[in-house]
Design a binder for this molecule. Structure first.
Ligand code: GDP
Ligand code: MN
Length: 439
């Protein structure tokens, strides 16, 4: 049953925090750039939507100001909306480092599209959801603008508390949904779904969103199509804000944000092939090549986890605990790298090459945790081969017993490298922080 979720605003906020994710570490908030979910640009999401019967505006994509101008002419529309393509939301209120304000502009003049695009492409757009310096814009969307008489919010998300997908909607769209959840939680409607969406539920959501008369069944039909798309493409999130109506009586998805479950890559090859990775840090792409999980942070102490418990399971908890403990001891994590349990020496070698090549990394904290699929000695060899020449202190902590842990300890102790052993994670963090402070 659709019901207001006054008591669940917190949960909703967490469920919605899928875009740049913030990890609370000690008293600080650290932005994560995890690649757990594939994100597509708005134009790619809208192409998928339109291919599946969901209504979006006519649009072209442009890489240059000139192409944008040509696209605007070709659209031959009464009014045009020009939109910077970056993965973060809040573009409308964003600012470019070219000085231009707003990542979304409406104009009737194609020449203005060209002029605006010139101040967008190649510049960084900073929004509430990007890092301070913003994200570089490589493409713009040139779309036919439509009048909007009402803006609502609609999303379908994978939600743990529902053990499956949840349909979330609000008649108050076009604004930050987090703010609506905080100020008017009764205006957020949430309904847990099974593997299909009964029409009665789609109709009820349409009604809750404030669609009336013929618009109600049109909105329900769009919701159903969005839900079928969500299932078909193994999405973890389909978010449409605004999900709007026009004075002419059409329900239109004016914005689109789709994230995907990386575990489904094997059966969604076409979609994953669309990942242009241009917004990844180069080091993330490098890490992905060797099947390493990497999260970039701002500090100077790298941490590396070798664990049978992978990131997606308890590894994430260990990552947070490690970052926490570095913070609590007065340090700042530079990143988090997870090698997984079945790691090969070559991967360890690449991992440490990556970490030591990062100019901001001054120390690396290494942990073994339940190494059963691999062999601690293999890991130790990978580490010692990659380190010569690197000016680092490398405290490492041998946590729970793993295969061949004594041998590993010997290899590291006898390596002549600046590796310090630690008795536990706390000790390792203290030593890492101290080694950096001394410099
Ligand atoms: P976001 O700021 O990144 O979420 O980008 P959106 O695509 O949601 O655009 C921001 C805002 O611009 C929307 O909330 C709308 O109010 C407005 N907008 C976007 N497209 C159109 C359009 O075609 N017509 C009108 N009138 N407004 C639009
Ligand atoms: Mn939006």
């Amino acid at each position: 049953m659709a019901s207001p979720v006054a008591t669940q605003a917190g949960k909703l906020l967490r469920a919605l925090a899928l875009r740049p994710r913030f990890l609370a570490v000690g008293s600080q908030a650290v932005q994560l750039t995890s690649r757990r979910w594939l994100n597509l640009q708005e134009y790619q999401s809208k192409k998928l939507m339109s291919d599946n019967g969901v209504r979006v505006q006519r649009f072209f994509v442009a890489d240059t100001a000139n192409e944008a101008l040509e696209a605007a002419k070709r659209l031959n529309a009464k009014e045009i909306v020009l939109k910077a393509q970056i993965l973060a939301g809040g573009r409308g209120k964003g600012v470019f480092n070219s000085g231009l304000k707003g990542g979304v502009h409406l104009t009737k003049d194609p020449n203005v599209v060209g002029q605006l695009a010139k101040q967008m492409i190649g510049y960084n757009l900073a929004t509430k959801q990007t890092p301070k310096e913003g994200v570089k814009v490589n493409k713009v969307m040139v779309a036919e603008a439509l009048d909007i008489s009402r803006e609502t919010y609609l999303a379908i998300l994978m939600d743990r508390s529902c053990n499956g997908p949840v349909l979330v909607g609000s008649p108050q769209g076009g604004v930050d949904i987090e703010e609506v959840a905080a100020s008017n939680p009764e205006l957020i409607f949430k309904v847990c779904l099974n593997s299909w969406l009964p029409d009665s539920q789609a109709q009820r959501m349409a009604e809750n969103l404030g669609f009336v008369g013929p618009l109600k069944s049109q909105a329900a039909d769009q919701i159903t199509k969005l839900y079928n798309l969500f299932l078909k493409i193994d999405a973890t999130q389909v978010e449409v804000n605004p999900f709007g109506e026009t004075p002419e009586g059409q329900v239109v998805c004016f914005d689109a944000k789709i994230n995907f479950d990386d575990n489904a890559e094997f059966r969604q090859k076409d979609i994953f092939a669309m990942d242009d990775k241009s917004e990844n840090e180069p080091i993330e792409n490098e890490a992905a090549k060797y099947d390493l999980k990497y999260i970039g942070l701002d500090g100077n102490i790298a941490s590396c986890l070798v664990s049978h418990l992978h990131f997606t399971v308890n590894g994430a908890g260990l990552a947070m605990a490690t970052c926490d403990i570095i913070f609590l001891n007065g340090g700042k994590p530079a990143n988090f790298l997870d090698l997984g349990g079945g790691v090969k020496e070559a991967q360890v070698y690449q991992a440490f090459k990556l970490l030591t090549a990062d100019p901001k990394v001054e120390a690396i904290l290494v942990q073994y945790f339940l190494v059963v699929l691999s062999n601690c000695a293999i890991i130790a060899n990978g580490i010692t081969k990659s380190l010569p020449g690197a000016k680092l202190k490398v405290p490492w902590w041998s946590g729970f017993e793993g295969t061949n842990v004594q041998e590993a300890q010997k290899i590291l102790n006898n390596s002549g490298l600046p590796i310090t052993s630690a008795v536990d994670l706390e000790d390792a963090a203290k030593k890492a922080v101290a080694s950096v402070a001394k410099k």
